[in-house]
Design a protein around this ligand. Structure first.
Ligand code: G6P
Ligand code: MN
Length: 446
């Protein structure tokens, strides 16, 4: 079975390969093809993977190429984990927005729109090529903003593209743990929304909803990351536990001030830190795996706490860290490839799950997965305030998709101006100016 990884020179690829090495059962991946536009990054990561594979008998063979079509031909699964514009682009997404007095973040608000505008055309090109060269392949989209990018690709690949994120399952596990649930993996997480914009409304164990017990207990509520982030009172008022990214909505002003005061944005920190790793790999004597491990440990020690004001950030334990992505991806791939029925929270087309959205809107929802793909399960409707947010952010995503398709700068402006975290049309105008000035990937907007 052949797995192609797009963005194969990316820093997190060894996490995916490590997970493959730990899962070499019948019907598993035998061949990994890495694709990247940057041959230097590709060779750095190939060296790390070779050191990972060395002590493992029957490790999946790894090849690397900068030719996209060659990488896609013959693929059974494609992991799309690209970052258009690199971490320099992420740092610019953050900086331009903050300078205009609005949240600059990888996936949320103005930063997420800018990232989406330059990523969608590339993702659509990939989807078209997959449809032509590997029509039976399953595409697992890691690329952020994951919901929007998955929706763009689904217009060409239908339900053969499935988007993933580690945050809903991570949140569910943290809730299960504070509640003392013996086997957190077996809890049913009642979660729905858009990617990075969803709510846990219940956590059922053995047929019983345990969430009310958490919401009624201030001590329990203040003992985990989201509890500290949002505060016990607000969670009780909401009657749900929001995804951590909703902090940018519910505590926008405080987050903005903290971000503006921070010495560096998260993107700038990661850009500098990872440049150190890739530069070091130009030395043919360098110990690739050890250097990668060191850089990874540093990154995780600062996980999301670099510029977040809350004490709770950075306090996660090992299995909650960003390393969760590869676990979700592997569980999904296994369920499809081996027809092992399971439920996972994934980004798929809505069908009739949320009645306020049309059937093609990609949402994040628990899905039943088997050899036929991912099927969203029926969930309770969202309350009005959540439906309102979901609908307005989806409307913004639709403007981004329209701008990417038409190349219309006016439509891109509409996307920024309609976002609930952009507070003036004039700000939106300056954002379009600012972003098109720094991002070569936005040159198509006229
Ligand atoms: C979580 C989110 C990802 C996001 C990442 C950022 O894992 O689910 O979508 O990319 O955090 O982590 P970073 O270390 O890059 O700031
Ligand atoms: Mn995510």
């Amino acid at each position: 079975m052949r797995l192609t990884i797009l963005g194969g020179g990316g820093f997190r690829v060894p996490l995916v390969y490590g997970a493959l090495l730990a899962d070499r059962g019948e019907g598993g991946v035998t061949e990994v093809v890495l694709h990247d536009l940057d041959a230097g990054r590709l060779s750095a990561i190939t060296r790390v993977l070779a050191e990972q594979a060395a002590p493992v008998a029957g490790a999946p063979a790894v090849t690397a190429t900068t030719d996209l079509d060659e990488a896609l031909r013959g693929a059974d699964f494609v992991f799309s984990a690209i970052r258009v514009g690199g971490l320099e682009g992420r740092a610019n997404d953050e900086r331009v927005a903050l300078a205009e007095g609005v949240i600059g973040q990888e996936t949320v608000g103005a930063g997420g729109i800018a990232y989406g505008l330059r990523t969608v055309p590339v993702a659509v090109d990939i989807a078209r090529r997959v449809a032509r060269l590997a029509p039976d392949a399953w595409v697992i989209n890691f690329t952020n903003p994951a919901g929007l990018v998955t929706e763009a690709m689904s217009r060409h690949l239908g339900d053969r593209v499935i988007g993933i994120c580690d945050s809903p399952v991570g949140l569910g596990r943290r809730i299960a743990r504070v509640l003392g649930v013996k086997n957190p993996a077996e809890a049913w997480i009642d979660y729905v929304g858009l990617n990075h914009l969803g709510w846990v409304r219940g956590l059922r164990v053995g047929g019983r909803d345990e969430l009310p017990r958490l919401l009624a207990d201030p001590a329990l509520l203040s003992s985990f990351e989201e509890g500290k982030l949002f505060g016990a009172d607000w969670l009780r008022e909401l009657g749900a536990v929001p995804n951590e990214y909703l902090h940018y909505y519910y505590f926008n002003r405080e987050t903005l001030l903290a971000y503006q005061r921070a010495e560096r944005t998260r993107g700038a920190f990661l850009r500098d830190q990872q440049a150190g790793f890739y530069d070091g790999m130009t030395d043919p004597q360098a110990q690739a795996l050890a250097a990668w491990e060191r850089t990874r440990a540093e990154r995780e020690a600062t996980y999301m706490s670099e510029n977040r004001e809350t004490a709770g950030a950075g306090e996660r334990d090992a299995d909650d860290l960003s390393g969760g992505y590869e676990k979700v991806a592997l569980a999904l791939m296994r369920a499809i490839a081996r027809d092992e029925r399971t439920t996972l929270i994934l980004n798929v087309r809505n069908r009739h799950t949320l009645s306020a959205l049309d059937t093609d809107a990609v949402i994040e929802v628990p899905c039943l997965v088997d050899a036929n793909g991912a099927h969203p399960v029926a969930v309770d409707p969202l309350p009005g305030h959540a439906t309102g947010l979901v609908c307005s952010v989806k409307a913004v995503e639709r403007e981004v998709l329209a701008a990417a398709e038409s190349g219309s700068r006016a439509t891109a402006l509409k996307a920024f101006a309609l976002h609930p975290l952009v507070d003036s049309v004039n700000v939106a105008r300056r954002l379009v100016e600012g972003y098109t000035a720094v991002h070569p990937g936005l040159a198509y907007l006229v």
